[in-house]
Ligand binder design. Structure first.
Ligand code: COA
Length: 176
């Protein structure tokens, strides 16, 4: 039977949940392609109850959490802030994190989250939505292309001691 995917906004109480889920999702997605030292260094500075609490308190950051039967199965972190010059648009918004829980990949969580991100961007009257994705992440790149994102540039991304090459992708919030 198809499960209903609910999307809700993150609240201050979600800091531990988001820290643990984000840490695990990043490790499961990229742990095999990075050294344990680089991975640990990145996870330590990126995920922890205090780190996610600060983001939840930031008015420029919004978390959209996907749930099935009250269990968290994915989340997206949207934010306003510094935008690379390759991103055009009067009022751009960034998807800073976008994860489906491993057992749910390919089962509709990604599409439900992306649809919610686009709705949020439209509510906020954003014209462009953008993200950066590791060049060695073909599944996510294929997913974003399916959703109309195009590669518009590159940027470097530090994971521990490793400087990685990411693709910048963007699309108009409202497609003609
Ligand atoms: C990114 C993510 C949310 C997308 O959700 P998803 O459920 O995988 O999305 P879908 O299955 O609908 O789409 C993925 C597409 O990539 C294709 N794909 C799967 N594995 C692939 C691979 N190794 N290479 C290229 N394409 C691949 C799928 O066939 C599918 O295309 P199709 O619908 O035309 O068949 C999910 O893969 C995820 O959470 N991955 C781990 C975390 C991550 O990488 N996040 C992105 C960080 S920028």
């Amino acid at each position: 039977m198809e499960k209903t995917i609910k999307i809700r906004r993150g609240t201050p109480d979600d800091n531990t949940l988001l820290a643990e889920f984000g840490r695990r999702a990043f490790y499961e997605s990229f742990g095999g392609d990075n050294t344990p030292e680089d991975m640990e260094a990145y996870l330590t500075v990126s995920f922890g109850p205090d780190i996610q609490a600060e983001k939840l308190a930031d008015p420029n950051v919004t978390f959209l959490i996907a749930e099935i039967d009250q269990a968290t199965v994915g989340y997206a972190q949207l934010q306003f802030g510094t935008t690379p010059s390759a991103i055009c648009g009067e009022h751009p918004i960034e998807i800073a994190r976008f994860y489906s829980d491993k057992p749910w990949i390919g089962r509709g969580v990604g599409p439900a989250l992306m649809s919610a991100c686009l709705d949020f961007a439209e509510q906020k009257e954003c014209d462009v939505i953008w993200l950066d994705v590791w060049e060695k992440n073909p599944r996510a790149i294929a997913f974003y292309q399916k959703w109309g994102f195009e590669v518009v540039g590159t940027q470097l991304y530090q994971v521990g001691s490793d400087l990685q090459h990411d693709l910048l992708m963007s699309r108009k919030v409202k497609m003609a």
